[in-house]
Design a protein around this ligand. Structure first.
Ligand code: AR6
Length: 176
């Protein structure tokens, strides 16, 4: 680990719809037509134009990412990714890793330099928070390390204090 990518990642207890990053990531479902949790909050805040653009995307496979504009959000773009529904198999971790990696790749392909993530799959999809956090942080760190020439700031938008504490604890463990 180098200082470089340590400085590019931060954690905040916040509602991701208030993030001021160039793009935010939505923990969507495969239809991309909205839902509850963070998906519902993003669609409510962005307004109906977001759903209209999502309709034209014809869904998204688990682990993949698709981008739309941000409409009434502060952010320019929303990257929609679909986390795995937790099943307790090894495939879960691979698919969750793909969500983070492919979202970062999408952001880079649009020339974006800041991104906010929610804790993908840890709500309705039932992924245990500690295990999901470890994958999130390791994947983001690996991506930043693999792209040293590309400036990317990553915000982990933790919906509540407990989530934020788990992220910070996991980060400290990973750093040492
Ligand atoms: N800002 C940041 N984090 C949030 C917010 C918010 N406004 N709201 C919830 N969270 P979930 P999933 C956290 O269920 O598990 C939807 O119906 C929440 O505390 O939103 O990937 C989709 O349409 C949790 O830690 O997403 C899918 O059908 C995390 O976001 C399904 O849920 C993810 O919880 C996706 O399930």
């Amino acid at each position: 680990m180098t200082e470089q990518w340590c400085n590019n990642i931060r954690f905040e207890t916040m509602d991701i719809t208030k993030a001021d990053t160039e793009c935010i990531v939505n923990a969507a479902n495969r239809s991309l037509l909205g839902g509850g949790g963070v998906d519902g909050a993003i669609h409510r805040a962005a307004g109906p134009e977001l759903l209209a653009e999502c309709r034209a995307l014809h869904g998204c496979s688990t682990g993949e990412a698709k981008i739309t504009k941000g409409y009434r959000l502060n952010t320019q773009y929303v990257i929609h990714t679909v986390g795995p529904i937790y099943s307790g198999t090894e495939k879960d971790a691979v698919l969750l890793r793909d969500c983070y990696w492919n979202s970062l790749e999408t952001a880079r392909s649009y020339g974006l330099h800041s991104i906010a993530f929610p804790a993908i799959s840890t709500g309705a999809y039932g992924y245990p928070l500690e295990a999901a956090t470890e994958i999130a942080l390791k994947t983001v760190a690996a991506w930043l390390k693999a792209n040293p020439q590309y400036d990317m700031e990553v915000l982990m938008a933790c919906y509540n204090h407990k989530t934020c504490e788990i992220y910070k604890k996991c980060w400290e463990k990973y750093r040492s």
